[in-house]
Unconditional design. Sequence first.
Length: 641
Amino acid sequence: MNKYWKPIGLYALIFVIILAALAFNNEGIAPPQKDQKAYDYSDLIKDIEEENVKDITITRSKEVSDFGTAEATLADGQVISVNVPSISTFQERVDEKTAGGSSINTSVKDVQKESLLSALLPSLIMMIVMVLFFMLLFNKLQGGGGKMANFGKSKAKMSVEGENKVTFENVAGCDEEKAELEELVHFLRTPQKFTDLGARIPKGVLLVGPPGTGKTLLAKAVAGEAGVPFFSISGSDFVEMFVGVGASRVRDLFEQAKKNAPSIVFIDEIDAVGRRRGAGLGGGHDEREQTLNQLLVEMDGFGINESIIIIAATNRADILDPALLRPGRFDRQVYVGRPDVKGREAILRVHSKGKPLAAEVDLKVVAQTTAGFTGADLANLLNEAALLSARANKAEIDMEEIQRALIKIGVGTEKKTRVISEKEKYITAYHESGHAILFEVLSELDPVHSISIIPTGMAGGYTMPLPGEDKMYMTKMYMEQDIISFLGGRAAEYIVIKDITTGASNDIERATAMARNMVTKYGMSDVLGPIQFGEESNEVFIGRDWGQQRNYSEAVATTIDHEVNRIITHAYDEALRILKENMEVLHASAKLLVEKEKITGDEFRALFDPKVRNEILGIAAEDIKEIFDSQNTNEEREEHE
């Protein structure tokens, strides 16, 4: 609490001092007279002659006895003050007037002349207070800690052995990447083993990969395992508003690293300072470029035996300056990608430590349902499951809460209290059943894991597949069947209610994007052949949407549109055909979803058994049609009323 009140008390003290100085500076100054017009010595003499003055007080200095001021009260009560060039002459004129019968009360007051120091003291106090105030404010804004000398110092945080509790045991799902960095630790611990063979440790290691894959965690593990001083800093901490500060901080960082060698320097988000030079903006003397130039010099400036290793992390290696990536600076680039199913299971085991899991929880199944998740996503998944379990007053985290957390992260929170009409329930049920049937029938797609018609934050329902294995590549057949599955909801709506809704908008968007990529990016069009259309410039200062260049003619653009339309139309026709061949399954699945709102993949697959299907249906398809007809009639009646 004291650290918050201390600066407030300091500013309050300065404010009080300023007020006191102002009051002291204004002491003895006569308040401005009300409605006082320009009034001088001749006007006072005139008023005395016209007997318009009641009393006069003459103030004279002891050092200059014949010069002073006269304060007079006029007949109308107004008080005026004028300078008197000669007090003796002025008194003579007043005495002459009083001798003639005028009643003017006159008094004389002698004052000591104010010393030079006392006259200047209020101004000096004001000046000192203002200087101190602005110095304090400047240092606070610049983070100088009260010392201007620290302005060009590095902001790197230094940690020594024992301070960092993260080790390689806390890192999972990236065994190959971990082995690359363990080699650096071995070199720092036993350099003789490598130098005897003539080996040279890489001067720099660049960790590249999507956000949340564990790049910073790997660096922390290196710091915890190496047993040498570890300096960590963000790329954005180098550059400030003043020229030369970034380069100064780079020099100071490497000076500290050399003094504590062997050591490790970790620069997180290095793309903030290492962007490609000569982008056309900022000029050759851009502060960021000066900082980068100093970084390049320092990285390639120390000798082999100094044992300083640079580790940096970024998710935008494509925008880094080529000089930064060359051998001799960053000799080694380690790509930290999204974990596979085995890696996800290992990461889940690490993050589940300290969390009471129910016996039914199978982390292997959770890993299968989280394809594409990073380590940060998986940590967030288990944390959300723990929060949901606590909200439900459960002592353990069960599979139900993990599934709810997965749905919450993927499509939003389930809105179980939302009131939905019977017609909309059936529309959603048929929509999701259409997706599910195509997932189950099409050979290249993954089986269904769960289906729900409970509205979420971004959808009216969802169909979740269960990937059997991670895919490195997508075949043409897989992409074509994936587009068919996207259009399954729209096809089911059209078959059952003979109408279409806006519920398939996201499905159509994804299907169109995939079809266009097949034609323009992957060369899967039989008409256009294996040619890529459109180039990405990847410019540093240009947004990604503006960084694409069109390198084809209008005729080719027309052909691309025709090919995309052909792929989408064919996929929609296939979806209609497959669903018409499985109408009983479609009706049974929709009815079961309306009754239970959520079903598992096993419950859905059981509907392909005619015996189970007939037991669940209970009502014929014609009766289901009557539900829609009666609902439409009620809506028309309400609109008419």
